[in-house]
Design a protein around this ligand. Sequence first.
Ligand code: EPZ
Length: 448
Amino acid sequence: MDVFVIEGGRRLAGRLRVNGSKNAALPLMAAALMSDQPVVLRDVPDLADIRNMLRLLAELGCHKTNEGGARDVMCLHATERSNSHARYDIVRTMRAGICVLGPLLARRGYCRVSMPGGCAIGDRPIDLHLRGMRALGAEVSMESGDIIVKAPPGGLKGATIFLGGTFGSTVLGTANVMCAAAVAQGKTIIESAACEPEVTDLASLLTKMGAKISGAGSPRIIVEGVAQLGGADHTVIPDRIEAGTFMMAAGITNGDLILENCPTDALLSTIDRLNAVGVEIEPIEILRPAGFTADPLRQVVRVTCGRVIKPVEVTTQPHPGFPTDLQAQLMALLTLADGNSVITERIFPERFLHVAELLRMGAKIFRQGPTVIVSGVRQLTGAPVMASDLRASACLVLAGLAAEGTTLVNRVYHLDRGYERMEHRLADVGARITRISEKDAGVAEASG
Ligand code: EPZ
C-alpha cells in the first residue's frame, strides 16, 4: 500500500486540466452492454474504479477493443452474452458495479448482481433501484447474497415510477431505471429522478445510441422505449468533484490556479459556498473561431484566494445543491477559517471518517449526528493520518498541503480510485508531495 508524503505550507500556482468524470464514465461504460455495436468513450480517466469496471464488463462479454490506442479513449464492444453474473469479488471492490443491473436487464432480460454491501461512507441500500425494476414488470429475488432480476415473458413495460427516498433521489438508481426503460415497451416516467450532471450525460449517450429520452437533468425524466440501441461516440463530461477539489486546494494554500476543462455550470452551489469563504473563481475569456460558443461545462477559470478564509454554513443536498462528494474537502478548508462553520451532511449522514484524522492535525471540530461545527484554527500541523474513503483521502491531502511540517497520508489506494496521478498534478503546480511504499513510510516516520 502506498503513502503520500506531503511537506505543507507551499502555495499552489499554475495550470491544471480537469479530467473526464469518473462517476459519469462508470454508468456510460455499463451502457455499452446495451448494444451489439461498439460504443466509443473519450476523455475517460485512468483510475482504479475504471479498470475494475473494465474487468467486470469483460466478464460480462463486453471488451475494450482498442488496447494500445489513445490512453483516454475506450472502444467497448459487447460481443457475447453467455455470462450475466456480476460477481461479489468485483462488486465489493467497486460499489458502482451495480450500474450494470439496468443495462443487463434491458439487453438480456436477466441479470444476477452481487448485492453491494455498505461502505466507509455508510449504508448503501439499493431498494429504489429494485423498486424501479419491479415497476417495469421485472421479477426480483435473492440467492446467496446475489440479486436476481428477470424480465417478464413479454418483456419490460413502461410505467410511472417514483424514485424518491428518505435521503432524496438516487443517482445510480435513476441511471439503472433509465437504461432499462430505454428498451421497454411504451412510455416510462421517472418522477423524483436524480438531476445530477452524470445522469444527463448518460441520457445524452443513450440518445446517441437511439434512445428517446427527455427531461434528463430535471426531476421528471420521460423515456419512450425503442426496440434496440446502436453504437455511439461520446466524450465524458469533466469531473465536477475533481474541479471542486482543485478549487479548494487553491483556497487552502492561498493559491492561484488556472483550471482548464472546468464544468462551471455543474458547480454553481460549490462556487457559491467558495465565494462566501473568500475563494474567487473567474472565467477566463479565450479567443474562439467564429461560430464557436463557450461550453459552460468546459470552461477555463482562474481560482484565487486571499489570506483570510471566512466561515460558512453548508448543507449537502442532491444536485444542484452542495455535493456530498465535496463535503470532506470543504471541511479541510474550513479548519483554517476565521470563525465557526457549520456543515450538515444530508445524503450520507455517517460520512465523517475524516473528522478524527483532521483532529490529529490540530483541527477543532465538534460533531453531533449529521452536523459538524468546525472552529477555525490558525495552523494545522502535519501528522501521519489514515485515508478511509476516496473523498476523505482528498480532504487529508488538502489539509497536508496547508499544514506546517510533514503529513503522511496512508492508504492512498482510496484516492487512486477517483483522482488520476494526483501527486504528479499537484507537484506540477508547486506542491511538495511524493508517493512512497508503506514500508518506506515506516522508516520515514521512525527516523523523522
Ligand atoms: C453516487 O452514488 C456516486 N457514485 C457517489 O459518489 C455519490 O456520493 C452519490 O451518488 C450521491 O451524489 C457514483 O456515481 C459511482 P445515491 P449512488 O443512490 O448513486 C440513498 C464518490 O465519492 N439510497 O444517489 O450509489 C442512499 O443511501 C461517490 O465518488 C436509498 O435509500 O448514491 C443515499 O442516502 C461515493 N436507496 C442517497 O439515497 C437506494 O436504493 C443517495 O444515494 C439508493 C440510494
